[in-house]
Design a protein around this ligand. Structure first.
Ligand code: UDX
Length: 436
């Protein structure tokens, strides 16, 4: 099928490359000429495993191209809208200006029978609002939320755990659903659940899924607070809870909490929209989820301060990690970098290292010290803080090797990802988050 993908950020670039890889003829369109040039050259403008290979393959096959010209969308059967919906300045709601601009710019290039498929995360009601303008061209607007995780984006796009599609009622909606079913044929044939809903439900599924995941993380982090006060161990608690199949162990990873370009802003936008709908009370708990999350960053900083005897001023601290999670160079709302910035604010001599996100971190926070190599960050450190659980720190760093480099064997495990017994046995003072 011929497709256009409007917006070539994390979501759109991966979607365009993935659609080409399953045999479609795809044009990715973005207003950012630099991004388009990089993509057209086969270079992923951000770190995402497998994306580079997929881009090269698509460009070589001729099935994938990129452009800054919206007119290039003309002739495609499906137009995916994949632009960003950041948090609005000075508020919690989603800023929809990029979605609105993308749809407005696309309108003159639509033909009767085209399908416009929104993938961006939007407040419920957005699709309904945009439908009339799209319908005026004879095209049909549907909503097809994306659930991909950074670091797993290619896998999640080609082999999603479910496909959700909101369509308007009537024959146009049915035809559009058929078009999307065809677009995702390999996944559908492989048995991926394909749920067709109304527009509002499809928009809500995305918000609700993110709200649930964030709640699960903050739940275990709230238990970490109780564990800290009672002498229990939250990591063992999570293991024990996780064996209950109704609960499950995934997303019960305790530590410095969630960040990134999605969960934090999405739960705030979800609550803001609920307020607008007069149902703010129903999601009042999301405010707690947010505050528990932020409290964990305070707690990590406090642990470092306490571990260094109450004062970090002038002390050298190795901060292992800057990305909001491993397999990503994304530092948007990164709890890891926030901890580093706060320690620097207290006067510590902070040296941050990260295998992928260092360039982004240095551009955003030039006041911090940086080391490209992990061992250079460790050298002469008075304390070590793990804030992103890269394998380089979690699996490939032994307490003996790290101990040979540092000035003081003090480690704060902000992701509860280390074997505390092994580190203690090697003479380290180990502090976990909510762990004995
Ligand atoms: C998330 C959702 O998973 C995805 O479905 C949605 O489409 C976009 O938002 P992503 O932002 O890539 O994806 O990150 P995710 O893997 O969900 O992790 C989010 C944050 O939660 C990270 O900072 C991570 O470190 C943290 N996290 C995750 C925990 O603190 N504990 C956990 O157990 C899991």
């Amino acid at each position: 099928m011929r497709m256009s993908v409007i917006g070539c950020g994390y979501l759109g670039a991966v979607h365009a490359a993935a659609m080409a890889s399953i045999g479609h003829d795809v044009v990715g369109i973005d207003v950012d000429a630099q991004k388009v040039a990089a993509l057209a050259n086969g270079t992923a403008p951000f770190f995402e495993p497998q994306l580079g290979e997929l881009l090269q393959e698509g460009l070589t096959s001729g099935r994938l191209r990129f452009s800054t010209e919206m007119s290039e969308a003309s002739g495609a059967a499906i137009h995916f809208i994949a632009v960003g919906t950041p948090q609005i300045a000075g508020g919690h709601a989603a800023d929809l200006r990029f979605v609105d601009a993308a749809v407005a710019a696309l309108l003159p290039h639509l033909h009767p029978g085209d399908v416009v498929a929104g993938k961006s995360t939007v407040p419920v009601g957005t699709a309904e609002r945009l439908s009339a303008a799209v319908a005026g061209t004879g095209a049909t607007l549907v909503w097809n939320p994306e659930f991909l995780r950074e670091g797993w984006a290619v896998h999640d796009t080609i082999s999603p755990d479910r496909l959700v599609l909101g369509v308007p009622s009537g024959s146009d909606g049915e035809r559009a659903a058929e078009a999307l079913r065809e677009a995702y044929r390999p996944a559908v044939d492989a048995g991926t659940p394909f749920l067709v809903t109304d527009l509002a439900t499809a928009e809500l599924v995305k918000g609700a899924a993110n709200a649930f995941l964030a709640t699960k993380i903050s739940f275990i982090n709230a238990m970490a607070e109780i564990a800290e006060a009672s002498g229990a161990d939250v990591a063992l608690l999570a293991d024990a809870l996780g064996h209950d199949t109704r609960i499950g162990r995934r997303y019960l990873g305790s530590g410095i909490g969630f960040g990134g370009g999605c969960l934090p802003k999405d739960i705030r936008a979800f609550a803001a929209r609920a307020e607008e709908l007069g149902r703010g009370e129903a999601v009042g708990f999301l405010r707690e989820v947010d505050s528990i999350n932020i409290r964990r960053r305070d707690r990590a900083v406090q642990l470092v301060v306490d571990a260094l005897g109450g004062l970090v001023f002038g002390r050298r601290i190795a901060v292992l990690g800057a990305a909001f999670k491993p397999f990503s160079d994304d530092i948007r709302d990164s709890p890891a970098l926030d901890v580093a910035v706060r320690l620097r604010g207290l006067g510590a001599d902070v040296v941050v290292t990260d295998p992928a996100a260092l360039e982004n971190a240095a551009a955003a926070h030039p006041q911090l010290g940086y080391a490209t190599e992990r061992d250079d960050a460790l050298r002469d450190a008075d304390a070590v803080v793990i804030v992103t659980e890269w394998d380089l720190y979690r699996r490939e760093m032994t307490p003996e090797h790290a101990g040979s480099l540092v000035a003081g064997r003090v480690i704060i495990d902000g992701r509860n990802c280390l074997d505390s017994a092994a580190w203690r046995a090697a003479g380290w003072t180990y502090h976990g988050m909510g762990r004995r």
